[in-house]
Write a protein that binds this ligand. Structure first.
Ligand SMILES: NC(=O)c1ccc[n+]([C@@H]2O[C@H](COP(=O)([O-])OP(=O)(O)OC[C@H]3O[C@@H](n4cnc5c(N)ncnc54)[C@H](O)[C@@H]3O)[C@@H](O)[C@H]2O)c1
Length: 267
């Protein structure tokens, strides 16, 4: 990929999972990273920084809860001051709260999900966009296949992931004239803690008393066109790096799906 050498990218949810993969892939492409996550994730943020530094790039880590606009502004301001510029925003942090039919979702689960996945994403771009310089840049928002279609027992997550598509489309309209492109990425199941946990295994395999990852994988594999149960974090990071690179210079306001064919399966 071209155009990322010596650029600076901010990544939220950078302490683990896909966020960590974004940080490492951008470092491989020659970019420096501002890696943000919650204050419970500081040890993991250090491990992300070590991965970035292994590729000879700088990594500023900071803790900020994306639900708090002031914290996000302070963290991104500080990172930009230390690294000197900002070119790419990867709004990655998100949560997937326990599922329930729409009419049984609690107020806490509804607002908790919207606060992180939608308002937190807005805080991220609100704090980051004003730092992107005159030569332009790229904003990539991590949505989900649930940002393109509905699934049962996930109205809070699904609504939040559709909503960030609307946020991205508005931003793309506002920022195109400034050479800032805005796109969303839509992963299917990804092999991170969000999927690889006992509660998800039990939800996918209610027929088993103690389902394992392999038991859950059978169900997930059957939903995809390609013979894999989930994509890896690096597969999502590759899509993000592409969208941020010069190879995607005229791509804005669009949705890139990384789902092993999940949303196209017809039989
Ligand atoms: N894993 C999947 O199957 C999958 C599928 C589609 C989309 N996604 C999306 O990908 C993104 C990354 O998910 P992941 O799979 O790496 O999950 P993950 O749970 O491994 O990582 C999420 C990260 O976000 C951080 N985070 C959560 N709430 C935060 C907050 N309030 N403030 C700051 N940071 C916060 C967490 O600390 C964590 O580091 C999320 O937006 C998720 O919705 C994941």
């Amino acid at each position: 990929m071209s155009g990322l050498t010596d650029k600076v990218v901010v990544v939220t949810g950078a302490a683990q999972g896909t966020g960590r993969a974004h940080c490492e892939r951008f470092a491989q492409e020659g970019a420096d990273v501002i890696a943000l996550d919650t204050d419970t994730a500081t040890a993991d943020l250090s491990a992300t920084a070590a991965l970035v530094e292994r590729h000879g790039r700088r990594c500023i880590t900071a803790t900020a809860d994306i639900r708090d606009g002031d914290e996000m502004t302070a963290a991104i301001d500080q990172g930009v001051e230390e690294l000197g510029r900002l070119d790419v925003i990867v709004a990655n942090a998100g949560i997937h709260a326990t599922g329930a039919p729409t009419w049984e979702i609690t107020e806490e689960a509804w607002h908790g999900t919207l606060d992180v996945n939608l308002t937190g994403t807005w805080h991220t771009v609100k704090a980051g966009v004003p730092h992107i310089g005159a030569e332009g840049g790229s904003v990539v928002i991590i949505s989900s296949t649930n940002g393109l279609r509905g699934t049962a027992n996930s109205a809070h997550y699904t609504a939040s992931k559709h909503a960030v598509v609307g946020l991205a489309r508005s931003l793309a309209n506002e920022l195109g004239a400034h050479q800032i492109r805005v796109n969303t990425v839509h992963p299917g199941a990804v092999g991170t803690a969000m999927v690889l946990n006992e509660a998800t295994f039990r939800r996918l395999r209610p027929d088993l008393e103690r389902p394992t990852a392999e038991d859950a994988a059978e169900v997930l594999r059957a939903r995809n066109l390609l013979p894999v149960a989930w994509v890896e974090p690096v597969d999502v990071a590759n899509a993000v790096v592409f969208l941020a690179s010069d190879e995607a210079r005229y791509i804005t306001g669009t949705q890139l799906v990384v789902d092993a064919g999940l949303t196209q399966r017809t039989t």
